[in-house]
Design a protein around this ligand. Sequence first.
Ligand code: DC
Length: 439
Amino acid sequence: MGKSFCVAIDGPSSSGKSTVAKSVARELGFFHIDSGAIYRALAWWMERQTEAIPNLDCFSYHIVEKGGKLFHYVGNIDVSSEIRSPYISQRSSEIAVLSAVRKKVNELQREIAKGRSVVIEGRDIGSVVFPHADVKIFLTADLSERARRRYEEFKQKGGVHTLEEVQKDLLERDTRDRSREDAPLVQCPDAYVVDTTEMTVGEVIEKIVTLTKRRKASSFWRFLVGEKRSGASAVYKIIVFCSLVLYKIFFRLEIKGIENYPEGALIIAPNHSSFLDPPAIGIACPNEVHCLAKSYLFENKLIGSILPKINTHPVSGDAGDLGVLKRISEFLLKGKQVIIFPEGTRSETNEVAPLKRGVALLASMAKCRVIPVGIKGAYEAWPKNKKFPRLFCKITVIFGKPLDWKDYEKKYSNKKQMQSEFTKDLEEAIKALSSCDKS
Ligand code: DC
């Protein structure tokens, strides 16, 4: 779906993450991020600071790709070799227990990964840095096998450490990485565990590449056929599928932020400036959704027979009317998902109009979540004052982070204040999503 893809590989030291991640990235054509190298580069930099607590904002790190190889730079110094020393191995593990350090490295990782497909390796990638990674792998191997691998590596580089020393050092790092308070090395419940003790590197790479390709294909296929819409009627599924194909062809529909989309009772709240918005949002939602339409629309025979089949329910009055509110809250209380345009009606311009209170009122009645959505490009394709749409414009639907009514109940004591703060935050979120960069 044009969406960037994230493969997170976590695991203890010397489980083979770097070798594997590098090759998997090469085979898939993804960018490789070695998060350990960032901790190492930061440790290298901290060693050179005179202050007891250096200002981490001054740490400048970037990766340079030369001849298919990645080089790690601190400022304009290439530290790629120096950061692999045993001393920096120890120091990086020590500084990695500090929350400020983790925060800084997490920011850098997210920045580097932004907008590209990545294979990223570390200790907390699937659990903390990218909890919505498309593929999560936990790579592991017996301590003695890991020590043997690291020892061989050192020997080849002319290192003087004995196997026992290497194993002791690994055990120390394992213990520290697993027992630190902030983001310890853990095996995510949704990670796929690969024990490499008795596998060759080639076998491990093949396994992860195959898993990723399957997941990539299945996520596209699952989306296309709407696996999550399995409870919906066949007609609903066919109409959504056909609309998706049409929107893809005629409006190059792109869907972003799908990882923010929650299950369960939900109000989907997009901006509204075009007739093209309701189908676009219906298609973009991965689950079966319901929506409302003015009852006069049902008077047309053809439209009136299609709308109920795509879960569109007639209402008279606007979303502030008590009858309408009651109807929607019944859906929500049954755990259904409902699209509501919180501006009330299509806006005359491309600007988000001030939101009505209806959505906050509903969220308070059903104590549910509301997902803000930005629809971009629909106004350009078909504004309110035009009779026909302009084809081949690009429409993007972007899902934001859901707002949970329960958080507002905890934060404010007065219901009126809860509703007004909720509406304010929702409006800000929709404005930001509908005006954010398309890239
Ligand atoms: O993977 P590595 O050995 O290059 O990592 C060096 C140290 O950095 C490691 O001992 C622990 C820390 N680290 C971490 O805490 N979290 C990560 N995501 C990656 C590395």
